[in-house]
Design a protein around this ligand. Structure first.
Ligand SMILES: Cc1cc2nc3c(=O)[nH]c(=O)nc-3n(C[C@H](O)[C@H](O)[C@H](O)COP(=O)(O)OP(=O)(O)OC[C@H]3O[C@@H](n4cnc5c(N)ncnc54)[C@H](O)[C@@H]3O)c2cc1C
Length: 479
């Protein structure tokens, strides 16, 4: 079943406890700090169903239609179909929407491609497979929070203090399920999602048994609350002045659990610290979810390239040789990054059960490149903009005053561009590069998959060092 925008928006009006500071947000789809983003996600649900995109964005199985991000690929063509669907979603969001519905779905779909990882103590393969069927059938928007809170890393602080380490843990078990207490970091889009996965991407110590719980739950469970960070959307009163802030502020929430009961059917890892991480890293989950991240970043790179070109055209500097050289460098970077994405299906490989998987090493290399270069690119575009943004009036509302409007049009218009078009372009550029929303996006690009050292570690772990050492030894043996 493919949800309509209206059905999606209705599905998230579920009475969840969402806080924005001390305010309880009753309905994110109507609240000024969230509604722009909610409408954007709603529009995506309609786009997926639209006539010309239907076969790109969904597939049919046993007479039912499902979103493409639930497809379990059995050929290179299937992988490319998935990539194409990610790309449509990424382009829809100009590459700035990190945790779109295809991200979380990719992760769980990847787990179900190697569910036997769960065939050990504390693993519940049958629960995972059933949950996935439901996610797929209901076209659910799944996000995840798979890190402990930063504040809970010093267990000594808590010893004998009467306080509990704030990392989420199972505090009670019954025949019907588990009771959870603590916090989980950091669920982007939790305010807009219909399901949330909690889990552990960082290794747990053997004694962190009770923290090793992985489950997929609706956000409206009794005792569960979502604590949203400051909203930028609330300030983005005009789409003209702040196009991204107004409609693309994904929001990030800490998840707080106070005696939250979760039935066993929703739990698929329990009391097994090693398995808690393995279900994410030893199944295709990490590759499937992060291939989407690379496709999404490629769309962003292309958008940034278009922006750099338009901005330099507008300032009149585009044909200055040194500026062309900068743009040429951007173009080379975008093309090289694109090759890293396409290379993931060119060098795909078959895995268990006849499934096909994107090339893991190329995927990690692309993540690393994006993480290292995003800020540098933004800084270069900022440089190309010069002081252009600061020549613009505070808001488009300047045109509400006839006298000011006439002056604005007289002095700000250039031979190639009207005053209002210039203002629109520079407002967009500033929102993407210099605003508070942009600053959060910069942190996102640095951290969404984990800190830099962990991304390098993934690259280290999957490198075939023996093979490369062998070629050096072989050469040395020749003389
Ligand atoms: C905007 C945003 C959105 C996010 N969305 C999600 C989401 O949807 N789901 C989710 O689960 N998580 C999400 N995250 C969380 C993200 O996964 C974490 O922020 C990330 O893993 C880093 O962990 P941390 O914040 O605890 O930083 P830390 O682990 O505390 O690291 C901070 C810095 O400390 C240094 N450091 C710490 N430990 C070491 C070490 N061992 N060796 C060397 N240096 C070290 C490094 O400089 C590192 O950059 C999001 C984060 C951001 C910023």
């Amino acid at each position: 079943m493919l949800k309509t925008s209206a059905e999606y928006l209705e599905s998230i009006r579920d009475g969840r406890t969402l806080y924005l500071a001390d305010e309880r947000v009753e309905d994110a789809t109507r609240h000024p700090a969230f509604r722009g983003m909610a409408r954007t996600w709603g529009a995506l649900y309609d786009l997926k169903r639209s006539g010309e995109l239907r076969d790109v964005m969904s597939y049919e199985e046993a007479g039912e239609r499902y979103s493409m991000h639930f497809l379990r690929p059995r050929s290179r063509e299937d992988l490319i179909r998935r990539t194409r669907a990610h790309e449509v979603i990424a382009d829809f969001g100009c590459g700035v929407l990190g945790r779109s519905p295809d991200a979380g779905a990719g992760s769980v779909t990847g787990m179900t491609m190697k569910p036997e990882v769960l065939d050990q103590k504390g693993g519940h393969k049958d629960h995972l497979l059933k949950i996935w069927q439901q996610l797929r059938h209901e076209d659910e928007f799944l996000v995840y929070a798979i890190l402990p809170p930063q504040g809970g890393r010093d267990p000594k602080f808590y010893e004998g203090s009467g306080r509990q380490v704030p990392a989420l843990r199972v505090t009670k078990e019954t025949d019907a399920g588990v009771v959870l207490n603590g916090m989980k970091m950091l669920a982007t889009n939790a305010a807009f999602a219909s399901q949330i996965m909690i889990g552990n991407i960082l290794p747990l110590a053997p004694d962190q048994l009770k923290e090793s719980v992985t489950a997929i739950i609706p956000p409206n469970l009794k005792g569960m609350s979502l604590w949203a960070r400051e909203s930028f959307e609330r300030r983005g009163d005009s789409e003209f002045d702040h196009p991204f802030t107004a409609r693309y502020d994904e929001s990030d929430c800490m998840l707080v659990f106070k005696d939250v009961f979760v039935p066993w059917e929703r739990v698929f890892v329990h009391d097994n610290p090693e398995l808690a991480r393995a279900v994410l890293t030893q199944t295709p989950a990490h590759v499937m979810a992060n291939h989407q991240s690379g496709v999404r970043f490629r769309s962003k790179l292309r958008f940034l390239l278009g922006l750099a070109s338009l901005v330099t055209q507008s300032t009149g500097a585009r044909d200055v040789p040194v500026v062309r050289e900068t743009l040429g460098r951007f173009a080379a970077a975008e093309a090289a990054f694109s090759a890293m994405i396409d290379g993931q299906h060119m060098a795909c490989h078959e895995i268990e059960h006849g499934y096909m998987l994107y090339n893991r090493r190329y995927m990690y290399a692309a993540l690393h490149w994006a993480m290292e270069n995003h800020s540098v690119l933004l800084d270069q575009i900022r440089e190309l903009m010069g002081g252009g943004m600061f020549q613009m009036p505070a808001s488009v509302s300047v045109t509400n005053n006839a006298e000011l409007k006439a002056l604005f049009e007289q002095y700000w218009t250039t031979p190639k561009e009207s005053a209002i078009d210039r203002m629109k372009l520079f407002k967009l550029a500033w929102d993407l590069i210099g605003s508070e929303w942009a600053s959060r996006a910069t942190s996102y690009e640095k951290f969404f998959v984990g800190p830099a050292f962990s991304v390098r570690n993934y690259n280290f772990l999957h490198c075939p060092w023996d093979r490369y050492q062998e070629s050096v030894r072989d050469f040395m043996n020749r003389y």
